[in-house]
Design a protein around this ligand. Structure first.
Ligand code: FE
Length: 207
């Protein structure tokens, strides 16, 4: 990058934030000065999604579905209610749909438009989920994307791609790994990774 005086950007910055952080701080300052937001409320929301809500919630849902056929049926029919029954509710009241992997079908979730993601069960989305290459290639070349994530499916397995929206968000229920018949829900939940609930991974095999 050149430093010519006509590029409009050759001055010393008066803060040490990167441009995006600086814009966010500026916006937050303006909104709070106008009384439109309460910074303390924002802090609570950020803390909640960074520290209290995460893939461990979704893992509980999956482990229960693996262990309890009646719950699995409920999850298949009304995921929003079945997930809410465990205390995980959407901040914006969006609807959830659970899509179940089978030996014949692998499900993969994307938001082609932006970054819609099931926050209540998975927490904050990973950076790659929001990236343009993932958003376009998950649709055009889902098998190639899965290979990059180290997931190799059998030749006869179909990949179904689900495009999230602000109104409807998806949770993948991965296949229960072999050799887990004797495990309780806590042990099962430990095998359920974030990526396995997006579809870019599989559940872990037991020790
Ligand atoms: Fe989106």
């Amino acid at each position: 990058m050149t430093n010519s005086p006509d590029n409009g950007h050759d001055h010393e910055h008066d803060n040490h934030f990167d441009p995006m952080t600086a814009r966010v701080r500026a916006l937050e300052t303006i909104l709070s000065e106008k009384g439109l937001i309460d910074p303390a409320a924002i802090d609570v929301i950020v803390d909640t999604y960074q520290n209290k809500v995460g893939p461990q919630n979704g893992a509980r849902v999956v482990a229960k579905a693996w262990s309890d056929p009646a719950y699995a049926n409920w999850l298949a029919e009304d995921a929003t209610a079945a997930i809410a029954s465990l205390g995980y509710t959407g901040r914006q009241g969006e609807h959830m749909r659970a899509v179940f992997n089978t030996p014949q079908t692998h499900n993969l979730v994307v938001c082609t438009l932006c970054s819609c993601y099931p926050w209540s069960v998975l927490g904050l989305p990973p950076v790659w989920y929001k990236s343009p290459p993932y958003r376009s290639r998950a649709v055009m070349d889902p098998q190639g994307v899965l290979e990059e994530f180290g997931v190799t499916l059998g030749e006869n397995v179909n990949i179904r791609v689900w495009d999230s929206t602000a109104e409807l968000r998806y949770l993948v229920v991965p296949l229960r790994p072999a050799g887990t018949g004797g495990l309780d829900e806590d042990a099962l939940a430990a095998l359920v990774t974030r990526d396995s609930m997006i579809g870019t991974g599989l559940a872990r095999a037991p020790e």
